[in-house]
Design a binder for this molecule. Sequence first.
Ligand code: DGP
Length: 126
Amino acid sequence: MSYTYDPENIFAKILRGEIPNDTVLETEHALAFRDIMPQAPVHVLVIPKGAYVNYDHFAQEASDAEIIGFNRMIGQVCRMENVSPGDGDTGYRLIANAGADGVQDVPHLHVHILGGRGLGRMLNPA
Ligand code: DGP
């Protein structure tokens, strides 16, 4: 499997500092920022800094350090945004859309962290 990454996608521009963002957290390997069209009171996107199109691309080609850094940031943001049920808060949902069926609009891996309200069942009926 080979993956093609478009360096002109909007999140690549955010990572290069060409477009502003509302940063929640930044580390060596990952960036978390608020979604421009929030669908819940908490709606944060977490992206790796490397050029990965989607989750399976990342899982196949990222280094162990990138994978650990990305995943640790997701957990950290859940705690920072006070949605971690382990901390007595009300919970969250992680979504990583990929490709056409996943309705992925931005072709740079991102995990949506959604919370702060009841989110309903996982999928709408097709
Ligand atoms: P997806 O369908 O999973 O690819 O969702 C892409 C999300 O990215 C969508 O919720 C809106 C958000 N988004 C798109 N452009 C920008 C932007 O320029 N800044 C920020 N913060 N979010 C954006």
